[in-house]
Design a protein around this ligand. Sequence first.
Ligand SMILES: [Zn+2]
Length: 383
Amino acid sequence: MIARAAATWLPGGVATDVVVEHEGSQITAVRRATSSDPPAADGLLIPGTINAHLHLELSALAGQIPANQRGFPDWATRLQACPRPTEPPQEAAARLFAAGVAAVGDVSSRGDTAGVLTAAGLTGVVWKEFLGFDPSRAEAAIEAATQLDTADGAFRVRPAAHAIFSTPPALLAAALAKRAVPATIHLAEDPSEEEFLAGEGVWPEILDQMGIDWRWWAPPGGTPVDYLASLGLIRSDVLVVHGVWLSDRDRATLAAAGSTVVLCPRSNLHIGGRLADIPALLRAGVRLAFGTDSLASCDSLDPLDEIPVVAAAFPHVDAGVWLALATSRGADALGLARHGRIAPGATPGLLLLEGIRRPEDLATPSIPRRWLAPPLSAWGHAC
Ligand SMILES: [Zn+2]
């Protein structure tokens, strides 16, 4: 079969006059178009996109927590007051696939979203998230995190740590262990994290109110990146989500480790009113990818919807960077070697963004799109 569009997003940039040959999901050749090829579809052909951080299980909370930019502790307190959805988020998973998302890194409190996501045609990693700052109550979580390394449908199921103020060092070490990667943690989302490391700010009071004993812990000072680095947990296979509050030294530490920062720009604006300094991250050489966080802090789970926001905020960044973050960089972050790029041998899914020709055109929201070839499961499972 042949897919041909007016423009095609290849690893080297946009190409015109090329066709993509494929057998089902697998790309067999990318070559120059000839006069005997079918006419080009009107649009930009890209690989299926990658959302490297979401919480599908919170989808029923869409619109329940209005933006007030008061920061993560305030938002989390309002989230806690919402009844947790119990229905499987099938509709949200179907919308993800319809939006052209091929693979995700989904964080789940129960680690049970792989079935719904697989049924919708997606693949990737489901992270079961561990938290609980009181070490007397953390033993079972540490044991569970240490043993978790399974496959479920088209997904690998891995442990993840929630955040430094909610997860004690022993549980951080278990949930971000090298034996089951990629791993992930929310980091530097909010200034209260650094305050907590100094034994200050709102978290000690919130933990007290929740009846969680934190006083056994000696606040080490420094930044969240310093803290994780001191535990040996800033690594290339630990995805750091958010990275809004970083120093130059933090960025250098992340770049040197080959760590990926998963950006969630719309969620960051919703919760804290501030974006990560993406130009500074790019200058420092930090690897980046896009996530969306959940529908409780963002109005869609489509990583392409992040682009109009960041393109407006950082107009000097090349538009191709944004499209790479939503495709190849996301696939790299999740360890999906056959996704995120249109190249022979790959199985990324072929997505036509209708009516556009260039990455710059993605600064306009809600580009219509359709699959010309579906993606294949990263782990050999036919979607
Ligand atoms: Zn998150």
